[in-house]
Design a binder for this molecule. Sequence first.
Ligand SMILES: [Zn+2]
Length: 107
Amino acid sequence: MMEKEGHDFSKYCYACGVKIYERTPVCPNCGALQHDLTPLRRRNRITAAVLALFLGGIGAHKFYLGKVGQGILSLFFFWTLIPGIIGFIEFFIYLAMSEEEFTDRYG
Ligand SMILES: [Zn+2]
């Protein structure tokens, strides 16, 4: 097998296990719809950090991370400036986290 260095543009059909092109939506062998197991909507740590820093006061990073309840709470207590302070702290927490840690917790 001669595999080129770098990215391999193939994956295995989850249904029949045959090797297919990674962007193929339907397996040409068995016709199974391919649900991409590597999540496309993986949340980005830097995006969350930037949102926390600039829009933390209205809980933007909470909404971004799917923590809608906390986001609404931030909106509610926006005037106290506390969500903004928490966002500022979380900005540093997100930056200090490793990519794996972040994905584990929020991805
Ligand atoms: Zn298949």
